[in-house]
Write a protein that binds this ligand. Structure first.
Ligand code: AMP
Length: 538
């Protein structure tokens, strides 16, 4: 082998903000501030404050490799923390505030965080958690002195920056240096940490710009509803500055009306988030009889997007849907749909129902129960495994979880059951543990949910398996009806019979007020099973 004669300059996160300040200095970052009102500044001004923060962190004694935690919404200060912490070689540990307090305390202790930065909103949470947090943990409230309550003894964010130079001499770090840490909110067992690096973050950022080019560029303003506190807001804090895309952060207000108003007043062109958020926006757009004027596309992922949602967005509002699939362990994007501009609406809808094609850097294989590779023919299905430069190679300080997560060839087991077409389109059939096995035949809970939620009276549907004496398991589908809708079980079953075989149809539809959700906005099947326990007997 002959080694190339090229410079070995490492990929580095602070280079991204320095690049944006240099090449896209006037492009803006707009935030709906936690204190109220709108904050707006340019990438050049962001770089200045990030440099000041890096000096401030140094003064606090933060060392390379230290874990610095955040409990914060999507806003400019959180973005600054991303760059300053990783830029000095420390690890930005984002924590999901929607987790149970016990889990948050467990995570802070497992990560051995030295400092916790938190938004004003989370002051009561931090106070309640304090006795369970590590003794030496230092607290920084992400606001200015004027907004700090008298009884709060935390350091003040703005004072940490104040008076420091607006340039920082970033250290040259090996590109595999850890940059950020995010724990999966697994529904079973303790949370597991994905420890990202400068290299993996940049490789992922490049790949999502290539995979979803509609969202990026100097004419675009993107709104990440997907939180900075979970999986790096799907990479947007890096890919937006890289591509000169303006960022619009929604802060704590994520209801349909607040999102609509922010999108309208800030001219948002694209937004990324999980399906539950878009259900709220669709309702609001229906109320107002229009979409936010500049909004042209939504990237939806994190759980399967019901065809009914894609159809509503495309046909009622002319909004293009990009459907994405991924995992915390994959930084997180793995696949995204590629609608073709020449397609008509029906063509675009059909393209967006599967989970899409792999982004550059992700390799995918499906295997049967014996680990034998299955063809990519759109028929054979099995467990999906992945590998790539933005996929974890192990869990943070968790040998037991790491030992189970990879096959003999080093591929990561996703725990999803999938098929892949000859054209490379991924279809997620289910989570391994959510697949329903009835009389020896598999039934996909996602197919059941898509079918039930396409009924015009249904807002959301979720399917689980219930034990059955003859068939081992049978499906049970829980539905939430639209306000004021009147519909019977047999009407929903008749509707589902148009797209599913008779033996796949549920024996019962459970009408419920609400479907339980996880901290990341996905249906919590574990809680749903608990909620519907009474349907299991008899
Ligand atoms: P998390 O690591 O919390 O982001 O969860 C990852 C899991 O969410 C995946 O393994 C899938 O089971 C599920 N998921 C994410 N995106 C999709 C999607 N577009 N369709 C179906 N399931 C999805």
């Amino acid at each position: 082998m002959l080694t190339g004669l090229m410079m070995d300059r490492p990929l580095s996160i602070p280079d991204v903000i320095e690049y944006a300040a240099d090449v896209h200095p006037d492009r803006r970052v707009v935030s709906s501030a936690v204190e109220g009102g709108i904050h707006s500044y340019t990438y050049a001004q962001a770089r200045d404050r990030i440099s000041q923060l890096a000096h401030g962190l140094g003064k606090l004694g933060v060392q390379p490799g230290d874990r610095v935690a955040t409990l914060a919404w999507n806003g400019y200060r959180h973005l600054e923390l991303y760059y300053a912490i990783s830029g000095i070689g420390a690890v930005c540990h984002t924590i999901n505030p929607r987790l149970f307090p016990d889990q948050i305390a467990w995570i802070v202790n497992h990560a051995q965080d030295g400092i916790l930065f938190f938004d004003l909103t989370f002051l009561p949470l931090v106070k309640a958690l304090r006795p369970r947090l590590p003794k030496g943990l230092r607290l920084v409230l992400m606001t200015d002195r004027a907004h700090c309550p008298d009884d709060c003894d935390a350091l003040i964010y703005e004072e940490l920056l104040s008076g420091h130079p607006t340039r920082f001499d970033w250290p040259t770090l090996p590109e595999n240096t850890a940059s950020s840490l995010c724990y999966t909110s697994g529904t079973t067992g303790d949370p597991k940490g994905a420890l990202y690096s400068h290299r993996s973050s940049l490789m992922h950022a490049f790949s999502i710009i290539l995979g979803a080019p509609q969202s990026f560029g100097r004419t675009q303003r993107i709104l990440p509803v997907v939180p900075l506190f979970h999986v790096n807001a799907w990479g947007l804090p890096f890919s937006a500055p890289l591509s000169g895309t303006e960022l619009v952060f929604p802060g704590p207000r994520l209801d349909g009306a607040s999102l609509f108003d922010l999108m309208q007043s800030e001219g948002v062109t694209a937004a990324w988030g999980v399906p539950t958020v878009w259900a709220g926006l669709i309702e609001e757009m229906r109320k107002r009889g229009k979409k936010p004027d500049a909004l042209h596309s939504l990237l939806i992922g994190g759980s399967a997007v019901a065809p009914a949602m894609i159809r509503a967005l495309e046909t009622e509002f002319g909004i293009t849907v990009l459907h994405g699939w991924g995992m915390t362990e994959m930084s997180p994007v793995g696949t995204v749909t590629r609608p073709d501009p020449s397609q008509d609406i029906e063509g675009r809808i059909a393209t967006s129902i599967p989970q899409g094609k792999r982004i550059f850097g992700i390799d995918m294989k499906i295997v049967d129960d014996a680990g034998v590779r299955q063809p990519h023919d759109g028929v054979a299905f099995g467990e999906l495994l992945v590998r790539g430069p933005a996929v974890i190679s192990g869990y943070y300080n968790d040998d037991a979880a790491t030992a189970k997560a990879f096959d003999d060839e080093g591929w990561f087991r996703t725990g999803d059951v999938a098929k892949i077409s000859a054209a490379g389109d991924l279809v997620i059939v289910d989570r391994t543990k959510d697949l329903i096995k009835s009389g020896g035949e598999w039934i996909s809970s996602i197919e059941l949910e898509n079918s039930a939620s396409s009924h015009p009276s249904v807002t959301i549907a979720a399917a689980i398996a219930v034990p059955h004496p003859k068939w081992d398991e049978r499906p049970l589908v829980a539905v939430v009806l639209k306000p004021g809708a009147m519909v019977t079980q047999s009407e929903i079953l008749d509707h589902m019979a148009k797209t599913m075989a008779k033996w796949q149809l549920p024996d019962e539809i459970a009408f419920v007020e609400a479907i339980p959700m996880t901290a990341t906005g996905k249906v919590s099947k574990k809680d749903l099973r608990e909620q519907l326990k009474s349907h299991f007997v008899g």
